[in-house]
Design a binder for this molecule. Structure first.
Ligand code: DGL
Length: 267
C-alpha cells in the first residue's frame, strides 16, 4: 500500500493526481485535521506530528509513504529519512513533494521562478535550496501566503475576497516578471484557475499534483524492488484525526467518489 499523509485536506489534491495517473495501487490517506494547519507551527512540532503519522502508516502496512504536505516535506522529511527511518524501518521509504516539484521547475526554460507557500515552507527556503542544487543562475522569488489555507478550508475558492487577497500576494511576483510559478502548498491547486488568470499568459503555473504523480510513476519504474511489492487492488482507505463526517463530505466532493468509510484515529 502507498500511504499519503497531509496535515489535513490539502493532500487530497496530491492523492487525486495519484488516482488519475496510478489508479491500480492501494492507497491509505491520513489527514491530521485536528492539528492542522501546520504552516505556522515550529519545526519541532511539525517533525513530531509527521513522525507519528509516518509511523502510523507503516504500522497499517504501507511500504512507501508520500508526505504530500509541503510544510512537512520542508521541515520534517530530511530528519525522518536520515534518522528515524534508519532506526525504525530501514526497509520503508518516505518521499516528499518538494524535490519533484523543484526538478520540474528547473526544467522549464526561463529561470525566473516564483514560489508561494505557507510561512514555514517559505521561511525554510527549501525550494531555493533544492532548485539551486539542480541549476545555477536561477532568479527565485518567494512569497508566503498565510491567509490562503484558511480560505480554501472555508470553501471560499471563487469568492471575490479570495481573488483580492491572491492579487495582493501575487503582485510582487508579477512585478519581478517571473516566468514560472510553483504552488508550494497542497491547498493552492484549489485556486489554480484564479492564480493562472492573475499571473497571465507569460507565466507558467505548475500543476503540482500532476508533477508529483508523474515523478512517483517514474520512481516506481526505477525502483522495481519497491514497485513490485506494492499491492494493486484499487483499495482506498481514509483516516482523519478529526471529524470523520466532515472529512467524508469534503473528500467525497473533491475526489468525486463515494467514500464509504472514514475512520477517526488518534496519533
Ligand atoms: N498541507 C500544507 C502544505 O502543503 C498546508 C496546510 C497547513 O498549513 O497545514 O504546506
Amino acid at each position: 500500500m502507498i500511504g499519503v499523509f497531509d496535515s489535513g485536506f490539502g493532500g487530497l489534491t496530491i492523492l487525486k493526481g495519484f488516482l488519475n495517473s496510478l489508479p491500480e495501487y492501494d492507497y491509505i490517506y491520513l489527514g491530521d485535521n485536528s492539528r492542522a494547519p501546520y504552516g505556522n507551527k515550529s519545526q519541532d512540532a511539525i517533525y513530531g506530528y509527521t513522525r507519528q503519522a509516518v509511523d502510523f502508516l507503516f504500522k497499517k502496512g504501507c511500504m512507501l509513504v508520500i508526505i504530500a504536505c509541503n510544510t512537512a516535506s520542508a521541515k520534517a522529511l530530511r530528519k525522518i529519512q536520515r534518522e528515524w527511518l534508519v532506526k525504525n524501518n530501514p526497509a520503508g521509504r518516505v518521499l516528499g513533494v518538494v524535490v519533484p516539484i523543484a526538478e520540474a521547475a528547473v526544467e522549464i526554460k526561463g529561470g525566473r521562478i516564483g514560489v508561494i507557500g505557507t510561512r514555514a515552507t517559505i521561511e525554510s527556503g527549501v525550494y531555493e535550496i533544492e532548485m539551486s542544487k539542480l541549476k545555477k543562475g536561477l532568479k527565485i522569488y518567494s512569497q508566503s501566503c498565510p491567509l490562503l489555507v484558511p480560505l480554501v478550508e472555508e470553501g471560499w475558492i471563487k469568492k471575490a475576497e479570495t481573488k483580492m487577497i491572491l492579487k495582493k500576494y501575487l503582485r510582487p511576483l508579477k512585478e519581478k516578471r517571473i516566468d514560472t510559478l510553483i504552488l508550494g502548498c497542497t491547498h493552492y491547486p484549489f485556486l489554480i484557475d484564479s492564480i493562472k488568470r492573475i499571473m497571465g499568459k507569460n507565466c507558467q503555473v505548475l500543476d503540482s499534483p500532476q508533477i508529483v504523480a508523474e515523478k512517483l510513476k517514474n520512481y516506481l519504474e526505477r525502483h522495481p524492488e519497491i514497485g513490485s511489492k506494492l499491492s494493486k487492488n484499487k483499495k482506498r482507505i481514509y483516516y482523519t484525526t478529526d471529524d470523520p463526517q466532515k472529512f467524508k463530505q469534503f473528500s467525497g466532493k473533491f475526489l468525486g467518489e463515494n467514500i464509504k468509510e472514514v475512520e477517526k484515529i488518534e496519533l
